[in-house]
Design a protein around this ligand. Sequence first.
Ligand SMILES: [Mg+2]
Length: 244
Amino acid sequence: MDLDQKKFFIFDLDGVLVDSTRLSCQKVELILERLGLPSIPRSFLIKHWGMKMSDMFNLIGKEIGASQGEIKTMNEMEPQVSLELPYIFPRENFEALLSLRLLEYYVGLLTSRSNASLQQVMTQTGMPSSLFHKVQTTDHWPHHKPSGRAFGPFANWAAAHGFRPEHMVYFGDTISQDLRATQNYEWPIDFVGVVSGVNTREEFLDAGVQLCRIIDFADLPNFLYKIMRQKTEIQSKLKTKVKI
Ligand SMILES: [Mg+2]
């Protein structure tokens, strides 16, 4: 199914709507530095990026030999250190999502952030939660990416609005979490890979994503406008036919 026939556009937050990968790596490095703990290679962070932050801190703690108490402090410091970094929700992304809504597409957000963490980044970047028809954090549902069941509530929501899982498409920046989740759902969900610091174009290709469904972070708005143009062109052609 072509992307212009989709009805429900669901986005990951980090690395897709907000170019946060590099900043979030810096955040982890700052926390370790302030706790006087050993540093961790960027490659380690990138390899595991996209999972819940608390799981990430457990993994980092294990890797560098931090105590349970230190891991707890990492989690506690995270929201404050996050505020020190310049996360930005580009105006172009905001306008493209708004345009999707105006063209009567549904817009969803599926993130591995907690409620509190999402709230914080939304306040920080001026992203209104009303931009989305449905938002799901790790607090809303017990199943998280890369489990396919993370998409269960979205599929139910879609069914309640009269369409099917094949009308959904997910935009994600990681193979291990985002792409896998779409593949692990009972009906595979369409996927667009966003290249923003975790996985490269080549890695998405190797993982089976079509070239036409791999974009750079900065290309997201134009990619969405192209889909919207296709839809409006089809609609106007249909109208012309009806008139004849
Ligand atoms: Mg992400």
